[in-house]
Design a binder for this molecule. Structure first.
Ligand SMILES: [Fe+2]
Length: 394
């Protein structure tokens, strides 16, 4: 029979062990590594996490409680014991970070945030599922893959050009066309967006498809979105595997300026500014801004939010990202777990502000695996205001 304290330590060590190896997995998924390696590492991590309590538990259970300290004092058992202690330390870090995240509030620049959720399942049911890979996952209890959040942010920025007061962006990310959700789902989404106010600028921040045939969905779906001033797009890591030149051509036909890893001088409401695309680290070289005008407002589309600190260094004032899907599965009290980012869960969704950069991260619309638990798909509408305008956070 295992001692109560031993059981508690084993539990803490398991949490720390899972946190450590999930962190390594998240970090690797942020990098341009071969898909087969990443897939293999994912299974390896799952086995490692699940095996821990069985292996450690059976080792400890075989030792009489009064001999535990003695048993872990030398040889391999000592290394195992030390690893267990390190894991207990990681579990403490996990608890502290999770509490900090739970207490986190949107930055002051967020003047208002409103979300409207659309659910087409009651009306269309199984017609939304389609024939893509993993379609059986859509019927898992609690899967919100067909519930779309339309989140509207009003964001106040310092040094906003006067004529940009009220400028609106529509941001779509991570469509992952592969058959599930079906074409009907995306048609309904577009109809809904067309019913709303016409944005000044539409931004698409990558990951359009997961097959070699769904390029044909890009133009008829995304080409329907109108914009008063501009339509910009970049590619994501999944597009790299499915003829990226064809993806760019389809986006261009749909009326988008495909920025790739470049910056351009543009004029929005008569104000000259710089718009930057960042498709790295999957597509290189990263954008080079040394020649860009230093006094112009800088907007960036980056597939991953991992470029937040790069954007700060480049004096980018506004950046839109996707890629992380909000973690896809969010556990009560804990939040996201699997987030393909070098920074783990830090930038899993929402607004982040460290001068001079405001970064807005979308949870995206779909995924290669159609699973969303307490993490609805999301479209963003962002309205800009000058900081110190009359409105206050609502
Ligand atoms: Fe991605």
């Amino acid at each position: 029979m295992m001692h109560g304290l031993t059981l508690l330590l084993l539990g803490l060590a398991w949490i720390g062990h899972a946190y450590l190896w999930t962190g390594i997995l998240n970090n690797l998924y942020a990098r341009p590594l071969p898909k087969t390696f990443l897939k293999g590492w994912r299974y390896f991590t799952a086995v490692l996490i699940l095996a821990f309590p069985l292996v450690m538990g059976s080792v400890i259970a075989a030792i009489p409680p009064e001999s535990l300290a003695e048993a872990f004092a030398g040889g391999w058992a000592r290394i195992v014991g030390l690893y267990g202690l390190v894991c207990c330390g990681f579990s403490a870090v996990f608890v502290v970070v999770t509490i900090q995240r739970g207490l986190r509030r949107p930055p002051e620049c967020v003047q208002s945030e409103q979300t409207r959720t659309l659910d087409w399942w009651p009306e269309y049911g199984h017609a939304l599922i389609g024939n893509g890979k993993g379609r059986f996952l859509t019927r898992l209890p609690g899967n919100g893959v067909f519930r779309l959040d339309i989140t509207e942010y009003t964001v106040a920025l310092p040094d906003l050009p006067r004529s940009w007061n009220g400028l609106t962006y529509l941001i779509l990310s991570d469509l992952h066309f592969h058959g599930t959700p079906s074409r009907l789902y995306f048609d309904r989404m577009m109809e809904e967006l067309l019913r709303g106010p016409t944005p000044d600028i539409v931004c698409l921040v990558g990951d359009y498809l997961d097959t070699d045939v769904h390029h044909e969905w890009i133009e008829p779906l995304l080409g329907r979105l109108p914009a008063r001033d501009a339509k910009w797009a970049i590619l994501g890591n999944h597009d790299v595997h499915h003829d990226p030149a064809r993806v760019r051509a389809a986006l261009t036909r749909a009326g988008y300026t495909v920025l790739s890893n470049r910056w351009e001088r543009v004029s929005i409401r008569g104000v000259p500014c710089v718009v930057v695309g960042h498709e790295g680290p999957w597509l290189t070289p990263p954008p080079e801004l040394s020649e860009a005008p230093g006094d112009a407002f800088r907007v960036c589309l980056s597939h991953t939010p991992d470029h937040f600190y790069w954007a700060q260094a480049q004096k980018i004032q506004l950046m839109f990202c996707g890629h992380v899907h909000g973690g896809g599965i969010r556990v009560p009290l804990i939040g996201s777990i699997f987030v393909p980012s070098k920074y783990g869960r830090r930038f899993d969704g929402g607004v982040f502000h460290e001068n001079p950069t405001v970064m807005i991260v979308s949870r995206g619309i779909s995924g290669k695996e159609p699973i969303r638990i307490r993490c609805n798909p999301q479209v963003l509408r962002v309205t800009l205001q000058p900081l110190n305008s009359s409105s206050h956070r609502g």
